[in-house]
Design a binder for this molecule. Structure first.
Ligand SMILES: Cc1ncc(COP(=O)(O)O)c(C=O)c1O
Length: 367
């Protein structure tokens, strides 16, 4: 009997290893210390929570499809033209849309070896081929990227600062990368952690977008604004790219609660300043505590650290993960990023960081 052909997804889809988010549960702990997903330690602005609650009686209505108030609030806050802003259900959605619009079968999408996993995943989902460039000291290497640009390259994704390494490229290095690219290649600068960066030579990408037609900057409300559960991100684009994204995004891609909370969050500069000050205090504190335990740290400018553990079993990263989890502390394993010897640990509240540092000291000292 002749067999009917079965259902087959598009090429590339079955090559995808599904993204696994950070753990949210630790058995036996009702409220574990959650340091696995880089959410801001202090939680959202109280004004954002109030704006979210105030919408409860209106959730039978469709949201405003253009997120106009939110784009205007972002425009005021960052000095940007709101017509060049496109909002999305998290910056993840904007990564997906950029790939869908600008890359497809036969095209290459370039990213840094330890860049954010959603770049290769979404490149494959679009039918394109992800190409990873090696790094120097876990830092994006502009020359290695440029060496891999081919006439099939359509997009380069740079997370700046990068997740999971916490390292960054200076504004000058990003300009150097951009200057060497053909105008047909899109440079997507993912500045999800930009608000935490406290370095004079850093720039999130706005200046480059302002002077080039082939650069976009992605931002999120999931990190410093602590609205990860609402799924809200935005892209600042050249007008032609904003037009393209607006053609393909679904008409109600950002929920009304996310829009309202986003406006309140972006206007609450006090909550923002508190979150920055918190990270500026606890990132160096935690980093130096881990260093005194003999762990190798990659210098981070974001709200997390990447800690390298010894490679022998009783002290390795898997053992540390299990030890912490059994004490109600959730960190992130890095095997999916090709860094199985490391754990990524988010900067939580002060008392959470003190607890983690104490538990890690016990782990490193245990016989
Ligand atoms: C570099 C980077 N870009 C984008 C995202 C996705 O953020 P969102 O929650 O806005 O989809 C993350 C989340 O971890 C990230 O680390």
């Amino acid at each position: 009997m002749k067999r009917e052909p079965g259902l087959v997804p598009r090429p590339g889809i079955l090559d995808i290893t599904p993204y696994i988010g950070g753990e949210a549960r630790a058995r036996g702990f009702e409220r574990p210390i959650r340091l696995a997903s880089n959410e801001s330690a202090l939680g959202p602005s109280p004004h954002a929570v109030a704006a979210y609650r105030a919408l409860a009686g209106e959730i039978h209505r469709y949201p405003e499809g253009n997120a106009e108030e939110l784009r205007e609030a972002l425009g005021r806050r960052y000095g940007l033209d709101p017509t060049r802003i496109v909002c999305g259900a998290g910056s993840d959605e904007l990564i997906t849309l950029l790939l869908r619009c600008y890359a497809g079968p036969g095209d290459e999408v370039l990213y840094s070896r330890h860049g954010f996993l959603m770049y290769p995943i979404n490149a494959l989902a679009a039918g394109a081929t992800p190409v990873a460039a090696p790094e120097q000291d876990l830092t994006t290497d502009v020359d290695a990227l440029l060496a891999r640009v081919s006439d099939r390259t359509r997009i380069i994704f740079i997370a700046n600062p990068n997740n999971p390494t916490g390292t960054y490229l200076s504004a000058q290095e990003l300009s150097r990368l951009h200057a060497a690219l053909p105008p047909s290649v899109l440079l997507a600068i993912d500045a999800a952690y930009s608000e935490f960066v406290n370095r004079n030579d850093y720039e999130p990408g706005i200046a480059l977008v302002n002077r080039a037609d082939n650069v976009v900057m992605l931002r999120t409300f999931s990190k410093i604004f602590a609205l990860a559960g609402l799924r809200l991100g935005w892209a600042y684009c050249p007008p032609a790219i904003a037009d393209v994204l607006n053609r393909v995004r679904s008409p109600f891609n950002v929920g009304s609660a996310a829009q309202a909370a986003g406006v309140a969050a972006v206007e609450d500069t006090e909550a923002f300043d508190r979150a920055c000050a918190h990270n500026e205090r606890w990132l160096p504190w935690f980093s130096s505590r881990l260093a005194t335990l003999g762990l190798q740290l990659t210098p981070s400018v974001a709200n997390f650290v990447l800690a390298r553990f010894p490679d022998y079993p009783p002290r390795n990263a898997d053992a540390a993960f299990a030890f912490l989890q059994s004490r109600g502390i959730l960190t992130r394993k890095m095997g999916a990023y090709g860094l199985p010897e490391c754990l990524r640990i988010t900067i939580g509240t002060g008392s959470e960081m003190e607890t983690v540092a104490e538990r890690l000291a016990e782990f490193m000292a245990a016989r």
